[in-house]
Design a protein around this ligand. Structure first.
Ligand code: UT7
Length: 331
């Protein structure tokens, strides 16, 4: 019997309708379209405006898009993992609610939190369950409502992030397609530079924490940028080296969409031509856990069976790494 590998067999996505442009942000904080575009590559981002709707709303929509497109029966799904830094509520897993709402009544479900690397780490987790033969259908979702943790008077963060969700289904493959290799890392020093100070067990919510705006995302952009550029590029280069991949062998770089300059630097280090770099930061901004699956959904039509994809991400924690995966279908 041939070895079982874990392949992505379907993808889906959802972004909210409301578009927040750089021009809109010019009216909210001291910034301008030229600065945002040249420093980040972002032109606009989507925001989930409807009151009372959280991350699960978008995760459910992305999952339903996948189920509908692929004709998958939700009852056949064994496990649902939601990568998110913005769960609907504390304690209860957002994934459990998503599973119930989409009719995945035979699945168990949990959340995975590794900031912007959640989906990347999730690929590792989902693939492992499939490769060992324990489960046949694992649904991995990356979803974040970043607008719920942003201070829209802080120009250093509110211009970067957006809301969205993407989903990918992992199933066994006997042709050697799907997951090939991973290089994943973390470094706890990073939590000083990208974090939300309050609301967790270390500093529970209080009048003081609300007054001090400690429930919003804080980022030391310059430091994070420095670590992101070198670590994302290093990880991707390592994956190429370990798998004897030359530039010509890489069909697609699938990079976390944090900053176009970080993406360009990673591609340059890999020697990969810009035409092979997936990019949608200009229209969605940084959607944290959702960037990688949103890219897959946006580029699905261009992907061919057997294509070599190199994923690379960097996020809070710090967490980062790279994954090599062979695409398994033509759409
Ligand atoms: O996804 C998780 C990982 N996150 C990342 O990878 C993000 C990494 N960091 C970045 O992408 C970049 O650091 C930022 C886009 C956040 C900032 O770009 P930068 O080139 O590092 O700018 P900076 O923070 O060094 O600021 C340069 C100048 C400063 O003014 P002075 O001190 O030079 O006078 C800032 O005050 O730009 C100013 N500035 C702005 N100006 C206009 C900061 N934010 C803005 C803004 N509009 N929105």
């Amino acid at each position: 019997m041939s070895k079982i590998s874990a392949a992505i067999t379907a993808v889906g996505k959802y972004v909210p309708d409301f578009v927040l442009t750089n021009k809109d942000l010019e009216k909210m904080v001291e910034t301008n379209d030229e600065w945002i575009t040249s420093r980040t590559g972002i032109k606009e981002r989507r925001i989930l405006k409807e009151e009372g709707k959280g991350t699960s709303f978008m995760a459910i929509k992305a999952a339903e898009d996948l189920l509908q497109k692929s004709g998958t029966d939700p009852k056949e799904i064994d496990l649902i993992i939601v990568g998110t830094a913005t769960p609907d509520i504390q304690v209860a897993a957002t994934a459990a609610y998503v599973a119930s709402e989409i009719g995945a009544s035979n699945a168990f479900a949990y959340d995975l939190e590794a900031a912007c690397s959640s989906f990347l780490y999730g690929i590792s987790t989902a693939s492992s369950y499939i490769e060992c033969g324990r489960y046949k259908k694992v649904l991995l979702i990356g979803a974040d409502k970043m607008s719920s943790i942003l201070d829209y008077t802080d120009r250093t963060t509110c211009i970067i992030f957006g809301d969205g969700a993407g989903a990918a289904l992992f199933e066994p493959n006997e042709e050697g397609l799907g997951f090939q290799d991973e290089y994943l890392r973390s470094d706890g020093i990073g939590r000083n530079f990208l974090k939300i100070d309050a609301g967790g067990s270390q500093l529970p919510a209080s009048e003081e924490t609300v007054k001090n705006k400690q429930h919003f995302v804080y980022q030391d952009g310059k430091t994070v940028f420095k670590f992101a550029v070198s670590n994302m590029a290093d990880a991707a280069a390592k994956i190429m080296e370990r798998n004897n991949l030359e530039e010509k062998d890489v069909d697609w770089l699938v990079p976390h969409q944090a900053n176009k300059r970080i993406i360009d630097a990673t591609a340059k280090r890999m020697g990969v031509n810009p035409s092979k770099v997936m990019m949608n930061i200009q229209k969605y901004g940084n959607t944290t856990s959702a960037t990688l699956p949103l890219l897959l959904a946006d580029y699905e039509k261009e992907l061919k069976k057997g294509d070599n994809l190199v994923f690379a991400a960097f996020g809070g924690g710090f967490t980062w790494g790279s994954i090599y995966l062979k695409w398994a279908y033509n759409s």
